[in-house]
Write a protein that binds this ligand. Structure first.
Ligand SMILES: *Cc1c(COP(=O)(O)O)cnc(C)c1O
Length: 497
Protein backbone atom coordinates (compact mmCIF):
# COMPACT_ATOMS: atom_id res chain seq x y z
CA UNK A 1 0.00 0.00 0.00
CA UNK A 2 1.15 3.56 -0.73
CA UNK A 3 2.86 4.92 2.39
CA UNK A 4 0.51 7.90 2.77
CA UNK A 5 -2.56 5.78 2.29
CA UNK A 6 -1.23 3.28 4.80
CA UNK A 7 -0.59 6.09 7.31
CA UNK A 8 -4.07 7.51 6.73
CA UNK A 9 -5.62 4.10 7.30
CA UNK A 10 -3.89 4.07 10.69
CA UNK A 11 -5.19 7.52 11.65
CA UNK A 12 -8.61 7.39 10.04
CA UNK A 13 -10.35 8.48 13.23
CA UNK A 14 -8.05 11.50 13.68
CA UNK A 15 -8.75 12.53 10.08
CA UNK A 16 -12.48 12.42 10.66
CA UNK A 17 -12.05 14.36 13.89
CA UNK A 18 -10.15 17.06 11.99
CA UNK A 19 -12.91 17.23 9.36
CA UNK A 20 -15.48 17.45 12.16
CA UNK A 21 -13.52 20.32 13.73
CA UNK A 22 -13.33 22.19 10.41
CA UNK A 23 -17.06 21.70 9.94
CA UNK A 24 -17.74 22.94 13.46
CA UNK A 25 -15.60 26.05 12.95
CA UNK A 26 -17.41 26.81 9.73
CA UNK A 27 -20.86 26.38 11.30
CA UNK A 28 -19.82 28.60 14.22
CA UNK A 29 -18.64 31.25 11.77
CA UNK A 30 -21.89 31.48 9.81
CA UNK A 31 -23.22 34.46 11.75
CA UNK A 32 -20.10 36.56 11.36
CA UNK A 33 -18.40 35.53 8.15
CA UNK A 34 -19.49 37.54 5.09
CA UNK A 35 -22.78 36.19 3.77
CA UNK A 36 -21.04 35.68 0.44
CA UNK A 37 -17.31 35.51 -0.16
CA UNK A 38 -15.54 38.14 -2.21
CA UNK A 39 -13.21 36.50 -4.71
CA UNK A 40 -10.14 38.16 -6.17
CA UNK A 41 -11.03 40.11 -9.33
CA UNK A 42 -9.26 37.60 -11.51
CA UNK A 43 -10.89 34.62 -9.79
CA UNK A 44 -8.91 31.72 -8.35
CA UNK A 45 -6.52 29.31 -10.01
CA UNK A 46 -8.12 26.73 -12.26
CA UNK A 47 -4.97 24.64 -12.59
CA UNK A 48 -2.95 22.91 -9.87
CA UNK A 49 0.15 20.77 -9.94
CA UNK A 50 -0.55 17.15 -9.13
CA UNK A 51 1.87 16.06 -6.40
CA UNK A 52 3.91 12.97 -7.17
CA UNK A 53 3.88 11.94 -3.53
CA UNK A 54 0.72 12.95 -1.70
CA UNK A 55 0.76 14.85 1.59
CA UNK A 56 -1.80 12.67 3.37
CA UNK A 57 -5.30 13.58 4.47
CA UNK A 58 -4.47 15.75 7.50
CA UNK A 59 -2.12 17.99 5.54
CA UNK A 60 -4.59 18.09 2.63
CA UNK A 61 -7.35 19.19 5.02
CA UNK A 62 -5.07 21.91 6.38
CA UNK A 63 -4.18 23.09 2.92
CA UNK A 64 -7.83 23.22 1.88
CA UNK A 65 -8.65 25.20 4.98
CA UNK A 66 -5.82 27.72 4.69
CA UNK A 67 -6.27 28.20 0.93
CA UNK A 68 -10.04 28.29 0.69
CA UNK A 69 -11.79 28.95 3.97
CA UNK A 70 -11.95 32.70 3.32
CA UNK A 71 -13.48 32.09 -0.10
CA UNK A 72 -16.42 30.04 1.12
CA UNK A 73 -19.78 31.76 1.17
CA UNK A 74 -22.04 31.45 4.19
CA UNK A 75 -24.75 29.96 1.99
CA UNK A 76 -26.17 27.66 4.72
CA UNK A 77 -26.42 30.71 7.01
CA UNK A 78 -29.33 32.93 7.96
CA UNK A 79 -28.35 35.92 5.77
CA UNK A 80 -27.79 34.29 2.42
CA UNK A 81 -30.85 35.24 0.37
CA UNK A 82 -29.48 34.68 -3.13
CA UNK A 83 -31.12 32.48 -5.78
CA UNK A 84 -33.36 30.02 -3.88
CA UNK A 85 -30.99 28.60 -1.32
CA UNK A 86 -31.87 26.44 1.64
CA UNK A 87 -29.53 25.57 4.48
CA UNK A 88 -28.89 22.11 5.84
CA UNK A 89 -30.96 21.42 8.94
CA UNK A 90 -29.00 19.67 11.71
CA UNK A 91 -30.59 16.28 11.01
CA UNK A 92 -30.08 16.64 7.26
CA UNK A 93 -26.44 17.62 7.63
CA UNK A 94 -25.69 14.76 10.00
CA UNK A 95 -27.37 12.36 7.59
CA UNK A 96 -25.41 13.72 4.65
CA UNK A 97 -22.15 12.96 6.44
CA UNK A 98 -23.36 9.41 6.87
CA UNK A 99 -24.35 9.06 3.21
CA UNK A 100 -20.72 9.24 2.15
CA UNK A 101 -19.66 7.04 5.06
CA UNK A 102 -22.06 4.24 4.18
CA UNK A 103 -21.52 4.80 0.44
CA UNK A 104 -24.43 2.61 -0.58
CA UNK A 105 -25.41 2.37 -4.22
CA UNK A 106 -29.10 3.15 -3.82
CA UNK A 107 -30.46 0.39 -6.04
CA UNK A 108 -32.79 -2.51 -5.51
CA UNK A 109 -30.03 -5.12 -5.63
CA UNK A 110 -31.18 -7.06 -2.60
CA UNK A 111 -28.01 -6.15 -0.72
CA UNK A 112 -28.98 -2.96 1.12
CA UNK A 113 -31.85 -1.19 2.82
CA UNK A 114 -31.02 1.93 0.77
CA UNK A 115 -33.92 1.82 -1.75
CA UNK A 116 -36.40 1.23 1.06
CA UNK A 117 -35.15 4.31 2.91
CA UNK A 118 -35.53 6.30 -0.30
CA UNK A 119 -39.06 4.98 -0.82
CA UNK A 120 -39.97 5.93 2.77
CA UNK A 121 -38.48 9.42 2.41
CA UNK A 122 -40.53 10.02 -0.72
CA UNK A 123 -43.65 8.62 0.91
CA UNK A 124 -43.22 10.91 3.92
CA UNK A 125 -42.58 13.92 1.68
CA UNK A 126 -45.80 13.13 -0.17
CA UNK A 127 -47.64 13.09 3.17
CA UNK A 128 -45.99 16.34 4.27
CA UNK A 129 -47.39 18.06 1.19
CA UNK A 130 -50.73 16.17 1.24
CA UNK A 131 -50.14 14.89 -2.29
CA UNK A 132 -51.90 11.78 -3.67
CA UNK A 133 -51.06 8.31 -2.38
CA UNK A 134 -51.22 7.19 -6.03
CA UNK A 135 -47.98 9.03 -6.82
CA UNK A 136 -44.54 7.51 -6.84
CA UNK A 137 -41.25 9.37 -6.81
CA UNK A 138 -37.52 9.12 -7.15
CA UNK A 139 -34.64 11.23 -5.87
CA UNK A 140 -32.57 13.07 -8.45
CA UNK A 141 -29.89 15.75 -8.16
CA UNK A 142 -32.13 18.79 -8.51
CA UNK A 143 -35.26 20.30 -9.95
CA UNK A 144 -33.62 20.59 -13.37
CA UNK A 145 -33.19 16.82 -13.48
CA UNK A 146 -36.70 16.27 -12.07
CA UNK A 147 -38.07 18.53 -14.81
CA UNK A 148 -36.12 16.49 -17.34
CA UNK A 149 -37.62 13.23 -16.01
CA UNK A 150 -41.12 14.73 -16.26
CA UNK A 151 -40.53 16.08 -19.78
CA UNK A 152 -39.06 12.76 -20.89
CA UNK A 153 -42.19 10.96 -19.65
CA UNK A 154 -44.36 13.51 -21.44
CA UNK A 155 -42.38 12.76 -24.60
CA UNK A 156 -42.97 9.02 -24.27
CA UNK A 157 -46.69 9.61 -23.65
CA UNK A 158 -46.93 11.93 -26.68
CA UNK A 159 -45.10 9.37 -28.80
CA UNK A 160 -47.63 6.70 -27.86
CA UNK A 161 -50.42 8.98 -29.08
CA UNK A 162 -48.58 9.31 -32.39
CA UNK A 163 -48.00 5.57 -32.65
CA UNK A 164 -44.29 5.79 -31.85
CA UNK A 165 -42.27 4.30 -29.01
CA UNK A 166 -39.85 7.23 -28.82
CA UNK A 167 -37.63 5.54 -26.23
CA UNK A 168 -37.05 2.74 -28.75
CA UNK A 169 -37.21 4.51 -32.10
CA UNK A 170 -36.47 8.18 -31.40
CA UNK A 171 -38.20 11.37 -32.45
CA UNK A 172 -37.00 11.18 -36.04
CA UNK A 173 -39.57 12.34 -38.58
CA UNK A 174 -42.34 13.06 -36.07
CA UNK A 175 -44.32 16.28 -36.22
CA UNK A 176 -43.16 18.88 -33.65
CA UNK A 177 -44.83 18.41 -30.28
CA UNK A 178 -46.08 21.63 -28.66
CA UNK A 179 -45.19 22.46 -25.07
CA UNK A 180 -47.08 25.32 -23.42
CA UNK A 181 -45.94 27.31 -20.43
CA UNK A 182 -46.16 30.76 -18.88
CA UNK A 183 -43.32 32.04 -16.73
CA UNK A 184 -41.46 28.72 -16.84
CA UNK A 185 -38.11 28.40 -15.08
CA UNK A 186 -35.10 28.35 -17.43
CA UNK A 187 -34.53 24.69 -16.61
CA UNK A 188 -37.68 23.82 -18.58
CA UNK A 189 -35.97 25.00 -21.77
CA UNK A 190 -32.89 23.04 -20.78
CA UNK A 191 -35.00 19.93 -20.22
CA UNK A 192 -36.65 20.40 -23.63
CA UNK A 193 -33.23 20.68 -25.21
CA UNK A 194 -31.97 17.54 -23.47
CA UNK A 195 -35.12 15.60 -24.32
CA UNK A 196 -34.77 16.29 -28.03
CA UNK A 197 -37.89 18.46 -28.32
CA UNK A 198 -35.65 21.50 -28.73
CA UNK A 199 -35.91 24.74 -26.82
CA UNK A 200 -38.11 26.21 -29.53
CA UNK A 201 -40.84 23.67 -28.77
CA UNK A 202 -41.80 25.95 -25.87
CA UNK A 203 -44.85 28.07 -26.70
CA UNK A 204 -44.95 30.93 -24.22
CA UNK A 205 -48.47 31.81 -23.16
CA UNK A 206 -49.45 35.40 -22.32
CA UNK A 207 -49.29 36.24 -18.62
CA UNK A 208 -52.04 37.96 -16.68
CA UNK A 209 -51.43 41.67 -16.02
CA UNK A 210 -48.87 42.25 -13.30
CA UNK A 211 -48.61 38.53 -12.69
CA UNK A 212 -46.33 35.61 -13.53
CA UNK A 213 -49.20 33.21 -14.18
CA UNK A 214 -50.52 32.40 -17.61
CA UNK A 215 -53.93 33.16 -19.01
CA UNK A 216 -55.97 29.94 -18.89
CA UNK A 217 -58.29 31.13 -21.66
CA UNK A 218 -55.25 31.65 -23.92
CA UNK A 219 -54.11 28.11 -23.15
CA UNK A 220 -57.55 26.74 -23.97
CA UNK A 221 -57.53 28.55 -27.31
CA UNK A 222 -54.04 27.22 -28.06
CA UNK A 223 -55.06 23.65 -27.16
CA UNK A 224 -58.06 23.87 -29.47
CA UNK A 225 -55.89 25.30 -32.26
CA UNK A 226 -53.58 22.31 -31.96
CA UNK A 227 -56.48 19.92 -32.53
CA UNK A 228 -55.79 16.25 -31.91
CA UNK A 229 -52.01 16.55 -31.64
CA UNK A 230 -50.59 15.54 -28.26
CA UNK A 231 -49.85 18.55 -26.07
CA UNK A 232 -47.75 19.15 -23.00
CA UNK A 233 -48.33 21.88 -20.42
CA UNK A 234 -45.67 22.93 -17.93
CA UNK A 235 -47.20 24.79 -15.00
CA UNK A 236 -45.26 26.79 -12.44
CA UNK A 237 -46.07 26.31 -8.78
CA UNK A 238 -43.91 29.08 -7.44
CA UNK A 239 -42.00 31.33 -9.87
CA UNK A 240 -38.55 32.42 -8.71
CA UNK A 241 -39.17 36.16 -8.87
CA UNK A 242 -42.60 36.61 -7.34
CA UNK A 243 -43.61 33.09 -6.23
CA UNK A 244 -46.66 33.18 -8.44
CA UNK A 245 -48.66 30.02 -9.10
CA UNK A 246 -50.40 28.91 -12.27
CA UNK A 247 -54.02 28.03 -11.58
CA UNK A 248 -53.72 24.27 -11.08
CA UNK A 249 -57.41 23.81 -10.30
CA UNK A 250 -58.35 25.46 -13.59
CA UNK A 251 -55.76 23.30 -15.38
CA UNK A 252 -57.25 20.18 -13.80
CA UNK A 253 -60.67 21.16 -15.14
CA UNK A 254 -59.29 22.08 -18.57
CA UNK A 255 -57.51 18.74 -18.80
CA UNK A 256 -60.89 16.99 -18.57
CA UNK A 257 -62.04 18.79 -21.71
CA UNK A 258 -58.77 18.84 -23.68
CA UNK A 259 -56.33 16.12 -22.61
CA UNK A 260 -52.68 17.09 -22.20
CA UNK A 261 -49.71 15.98 -20.15
CA UNK A 262 -49.47 18.23 -17.12
CA UNK A 263 -46.03 18.71 -15.63
CA UNK A 264 -45.88 20.94 -12.55
CA UNK A 265 -42.61 22.60 -11.58
CA UNK A 266 -43.11 23.06 -7.83
CA UNK A 267 -39.37 23.22 -7.11
CA UNK A 268 -39.70 25.33 -4.00
CA UNK A 269 -43.29 26.63 -4.12
CA UNK A 270 -44.55 23.10 -3.54
CA UNK A 271 -43.07 23.14 -0.06
CA UNK A 272 -45.62 25.81 0.88
CA UNK A 273 -48.04 22.87 1.18
CA UNK A 274 -46.15 21.71 4.29
CA UNK A 275 -48.24 24.36 5.99
CA UNK A 276 -51.93 23.38 5.81
CA UNK A 277 -52.81 27.09 5.72
CA UNK A 278 -51.03 27.46 2.33
CA UNK A 279 -52.30 24.33 0.58
CA UNK A 280 -54.96 26.14 -1.40
CA UNK A 281 -52.16 27.55 -3.59
CA UNK A 282 -51.61 24.05 -4.96
CA UNK A 283 -55.24 22.93 -5.18
CA UNK A 284 -55.63 20.84 -8.33
CA UNK A 285 -52.09 19.46 -8.33
CA UNK A 286 -53.49 15.95 -7.99
CA UNK A 287 -54.35 16.16 -11.72
CA UNK A 288 -50.65 16.44 -12.59
CA UNK A 289 -48.90 13.65 -14.49
CA UNK A 290 -45.44 14.59 -13.25
CA UNK A 291 -44.27 16.98 -10.54
CA UNK A 292 -40.90 18.44 -9.56
CA UNK A 293 -39.99 19.39 -6.02
CA UNK A 294 -36.56 20.32 -4.70
CA UNK A 295 -35.30 19.12 -1.33
CA UNK A 296 -32.19 21.35 -1.33
CA UNK A 297 -34.20 24.57 -1.34
CA UNK A 298 -37.03 25.13 1.12
CA UNK A 299 -36.75 21.64 2.67
CA UNK A 300 -33.28 22.56 3.94
CA UNK A 301 -31.50 19.42 2.81
CA UNK A 302 -27.90 19.99 1.61
CA UNK A 303 -27.16 19.91 -2.13
CA UNK A 304 -28.03 17.92 -4.08
CA UNK A 305 -31.48 16.43 -3.79
CA UNK A 306 -34.86 16.78 -5.48
CA UNK A 307 -37.78 14.45 -6.11
CA UNK A 308 -39.43 13.67 -9.45
CA UNK A 309 -42.98 12.54 -8.71
CA UNK A 310 -45.26 10.83 -11.15
CA UNK A 311 -48.70 9.30 -11.13
CA UNK A 312 -48.26 5.57 -10.57
CA UNK A 313 -50.20 4.78 -13.74
CA UNK A 314 -47.28 6.28 -15.72
CA UNK A 315 -44.59 4.12 -14.12
CA UNK A 316 -44.37 1.91 -17.21
CA UNK A 317 -43.61 4.97 -19.39
CA UNK A 318 -40.84 5.92 -17.00
CA UNK A 319 -39.33 2.42 -17.15
CA UNK A 320 -39.52 2.37 -20.96
CA UNK A 321 -37.32 5.49 -21.02
CA UNK A 322 -34.84 4.83 -18.25
CA UNK A 323 -34.59 1.04 -18.03
CA UNK A 324 -31.08 -0.29 -17.91
CA UNK A 325 -30.86 -3.96 -18.72
CA UNK A 326 -27.75 -6.02 -18.98
CA UNK A 327 -26.53 -9.53 -18.51
CA UNK A 328 -25.60 -8.97 -14.89
CA UNK A 329 -28.69 -7.00 -13.88
CA UNK A 330 -32.18 -8.35 -13.31
CA UNK A 331 -34.88 -7.36 -15.80
CA UNK A 332 -36.75 -4.26 -14.63
CA UNK A 333 -39.84 -4.99 -12.62
CA UNK A 334 -42.48 -2.32 -12.52
CA UNK A 335 -41.97 -1.42 -8.90
CA UNK A 336 -41.67 2.16 -7.81
CA UNK A 337 -38.44 1.72 -5.84
CA UNK A 338 -36.49 -0.05 -8.58
CA UNK A 339 -34.54 3.17 -9.06
CA UNK A 340 -32.04 1.89 -11.63
CA UNK A 341 -34.82 2.03 -14.22
CA UNK A 342 -36.39 5.35 -13.28
CA UNK A 343 -33.86 8.15 -13.83
CA UNK A 344 -30.89 9.08 -16.03
CA UNK A 345 -28.46 7.89 -13.33
CA UNK A 346 -27.32 4.33 -12.80
CA UNK A 347 -24.99 4.31 -9.80
CA UNK A 348 -26.37 6.80 -7.30
CA UNK A 349 -25.72 7.90 -3.76
CA UNK A 350 -28.30 7.48 -1.00
CA UNK A 351 -29.21 11.16 -1.30
CA UNK A 352 -32.60 10.34 0.17
CA UNK A 353 -31.12 9.78 3.64
CA UNK A 354 -30.89 13.51 4.59
CA UNK A 355 -34.48 13.90 3.44
CA UNK A 356 -35.59 10.84 5.43
CA UNK A 357 -33.66 12.01 8.50
CA UNK A 358 -35.03 15.53 8.54
CA UNK A 359 -38.62 14.44 7.90
CA UNK A 360 -38.33 12.04 10.84
CA UNK A 361 -36.56 14.65 12.98
CA UNK A 362 -38.92 17.61 12.44
CA UNK A 363 -42.17 16.17 11.07
CA UNK A 364 -45.14 18.05 9.73
CA UNK A 365 -45.05 20.65 12.49
CA UNK A 366 -41.36 21.43 12.01
CA UNK A 367 -41.64 22.10 8.28
CA UNK A 368 -44.91 24.01 8.65
CA UNK A 369 -43.15 26.26 11.15
CA UNK A 370 -40.21 26.95 8.78
CA UNK A 371 -42.62 27.81 5.95
CA UNK A 372 -44.71 30.12 8.13
CA UNK A 373 -41.70 31.79 9.76
CA UNK A 374 -39.98 32.40 6.41
CA UNK A 375 -43.20 33.81 4.94
CA UNK A 376 -43.66 36.07 7.98
CA UNK A 377 -40.07 37.30 7.57
CA UNK A 378 -40.72 38.04 3.89
CA UNK A 379 -43.86 39.96 4.86
CA UNK A 380 -41.91 41.98 7.42
CA UNK A 381 -39.20 42.79 4.88
CA UNK A 382 -41.88 43.80 2.39
CA UNK A 383 -43.37 46.21 4.93
CA UNK A 384 -39.98 47.75 5.71
CA UNK A 385 -39.18 48.18 2.00
CA UNK A 386 -42.58 49.68 1.17
CA UNK A 387 -42.27 52.17 4.03
CA UNK A 388 -38.78 53.36 3.09
CA UNK A 389 -38.51 56.55 1.01
CA UNK A 390 -35.75 55.23 -1.26
CA UNK A 391 -37.27 51.83 -2.05
CA UNK A 392 -40.34 50.29 -3.57
CA UNK A 393 -41.68 46.75 -3.79
CA UNK A 394 -41.42 45.55 -7.38
CA UNK A 395 -44.14 42.93 -6.74
CA UNK A 396 -46.48 42.01 -3.93
CA UNK A 397 -44.93 39.64 -1.39
CA UNK A 398 -46.84 36.42 -2.00
CA UNK A 399 -44.79 33.91 -0.05
CA UNK A 400 -41.10 33.85 0.81
CA UNK A 401 -39.45 36.02 -1.87
CA UNK A 402 -39.27 39.81 -1.86
CA UNK A 403 -38.56 41.69 -5.10
CA UNK A 404 -37.43 45.25 -4.49
CA UNK A 405 -36.20 48.22 -6.48
CA UNK A 406 -35.36 51.86 -5.94
CA UNK A 407 -38.15 54.37 -6.33
CA UNK A 408 -38.44 55.25 -9.96
CA UNK A 409 -38.20 59.01 -9.68
CA UNK A 410 -34.60 58.51 -8.72
CA UNK A 411 -32.42 59.00 -11.77
CA UNK A 412 -30.41 56.08 -12.98
CA UNK A 413 -32.22 53.72 -10.65
CA UNK A 414 -30.96 50.69 -12.58
CA UNK A 415 -27.26 51.32 -12.15
CA UNK A 416 -27.88 52.44 -8.56
CA UNK A 417 -29.52 49.12 -7.87
CA UNK A 418 -26.54 47.26 -9.30
CA UNK A 419 -24.22 49.37 -7.13
CA UNK A 420 -26.34 48.70 -4.09
CA UNK A 421 -26.22 44.96 -4.77
CA UNK A 422 -22.43 45.13 -5.05
CA UNK A 423 -22.13 47.24 -1.92
CA UNK A 424 -24.26 44.80 0.05
CA UNK A 425 -22.13 41.90 -1.17
CA UNK A 426 -18.95 43.72 -0.09
CA UNK A 427 -20.51 44.71 3.24
CA UNK A 428 -21.21 41.04 3.92
CA UNK A 429 -24.25 41.49 6.16
CA UNK A 430 -26.53 39.76 3.68
CA UNK A 431 -26.44 38.37 0.17
CA UNK A 432 -29.19 38.99 -2.40
CA UNK A 433 -29.20 38.47 -6.16
CA UNK A 434 -30.29 40.65 -9.08
CA UNK A 435 -33.08 39.70 -11.45
CA UNK A 436 -35.31 41.25 -14.09
CA UNK A 437 -39.04 41.72 -13.65
CA UNK A 438 -41.19 43.18 -16.46
CA UNK A 439 -37.97 44.21 -18.18
CA UNK A 440 -36.76 46.16 -15.16
CA UNK A 441 -33.91 45.28 -12.83
CA UNK A 442 -34.85 44.23 -9.30
CA UNK A 443 -33.15 42.67 -6.32
CA UNK A 444 -34.53 39.38 -5.07
CA UNK A 445 -34.45 38.36 -1.43
CA UNK A 446 -35.37 34.68 -1.18
CA UNK A 447 -35.98 33.50 2.37
CA UNK A 448 -35.71 29.70 2.57
CA UNK A 449 -33.42 29.00 5.48
CA UNK A 450 -34.43 27.28 8.73
CA UNK A 451 -32.11 29.64 10.63
CA UNK A 452 -33.57 32.94 9.44
CA UNK A 453 -35.55 34.98 11.97
CA UNK A 454 -37.04 38.47 11.97
CA UNK A 455 -33.87 39.71 13.70
CA UNK A 456 -31.93 38.71 10.58
CA UNK A 457 -34.41 40.63 8.45
CA UNK A 458 -33.97 43.74 10.60
CA UNK A 459 -30.17 43.44 10.22
CA UNK A 460 -30.58 43.09 6.47
CA UNK A 461 -32.82 46.18 6.31
CA UNK A 462 -30.35 48.16 8.39
CA UNK A 463 -27.54 47.29 5.94
CA UNK A 464 -29.65 47.93 2.84
CA UNK A 465 -30.89 51.30 4.05
CA UNK A 466 -27.47 52.39 5.32
CA UNK A 467 -25.80 51.48 2.01
CA UNK A 468 -28.55 53.11 -0.04
CA UNK A 469 -28.08 56.30 2.00
CA UNK A 470 -24.32 56.15 1.46
CA UNK A 471 -24.73 55.73 -2.29
CA UNK A 472 -27.05 58.71 -2.41
CA UNK A 473 -24.68 61.05 -0.49
CA UNK A 474 -23.22 64.04 -2.33
CA UNK A 475 -20.64 62.56 -4.63
CA UNK A 476 -22.68 59.40 -4.87
CA UNK A 477 -24.45 58.84 -8.14
CA UNK A 478 -28.05 59.54 -7.35
CA UNK A 479 -28.78 62.48 -5.16
CA UNK A 480 -30.72 64.71 -7.51
CA UNK A 481 -34.19 63.36 -7.96
CA UNK A 482 -35.18 63.49 -11.60
CA UNK A 483 -38.38 65.40 -10.98
CA UNK A 484 -36.41 68.13 -9.24
CA UNK A 485 -34.32 68.90 -12.29
CA UNK A 486 -36.23 71.12 -14.67
CA UNK A 487 -36.10 70.72 -18.39
CA UNK A 488 -34.53 67.28 -18.47
CA UNK A 489 -36.23 63.95 -18.65
CA UNK A 490 -34.96 61.10 -16.51
CA UNK A 491 -33.74 59.39 -19.70
CA UNK A 492 -31.50 62.23 -20.82
CA UNK A 493 -30.09 62.56 -17.34
CA UNK A 494 -29.28 58.91 -16.94
CA UNK A 495 -27.77 58.84 -20.41
CA UNK A 496 -25.12 61.29 -19.20
CA UNK A 497 -23.97 59.04 -16.38
C1 LIG B 1 -34.42 26.23 -8.58
C2 LIG B 1 -35.50 25.93 -9.53
C3 LIG B 1 -35.29 25.02 -10.59
C4 LIG B 1 -33.95 24.37 -10.84
O1 LIG B 1 -33.58 23.68 -9.73
P1 LIG B 1 -32.14 23.02 -9.49
O2 LIG B 1 -32.37 22.33 -8.21
O3 LIG B 1 -31.19 24.16 -9.42
O4 LIG B 1 -31.85 22.10 -10.61
C5 LIG B 1 -36.36 24.74 -11.40
N1 LIG B 1 -37.55 25.33 -11.22
C6 LIG B 1 -37.77 26.24 -10.25
C7 LIG B 1 -39.11 26.86 -10.10
C8 LIG B 1 -36.75 26.57 -9.36
O5 LIG B 1 -36.97 27.43 -8.37
Amino acid sequence: MDARLDEDAEQFAAILDRARALAGDYLDSLDHRPAAATLPDRGLAVTATLPVEGVGALAALDRFSSDYDRYLSASPGAHYFGFVTGGGSPAALAADWLVATFDQNAQLNGDSCAPFIEAQAIDMLRQLLAWPATWTGVCVTGATMANYVGIAMARQWAGKMLGRDIAADGLWGLQPIAVFAGAAHSSTSKALSMAGFGRNALHSLPLLDGRETFDIAALEAALIAHGDAPKIVVASAGTVNTVDFDDLAALAALKQRHPFWLHVDAAFGGIAAASPARRALLAGIEAADSVTVDAHKWLNVPYDCAVAFTAQKHLSLQIEIFRNQSAYLPAPQAVAHNYLHLTPENSRRLRALPLWMSLVAYGQAGFAEIVERNCASAKLLGERIAAHPRFRLAAPVRLNVVCLALREDRIDAASQLAQLCKALHADGTAFVTPSMLDGKPVLRVAICNWRTTDADIEMTCEALFRLADALAMPGGASEPVASEISGETPDTISAQH
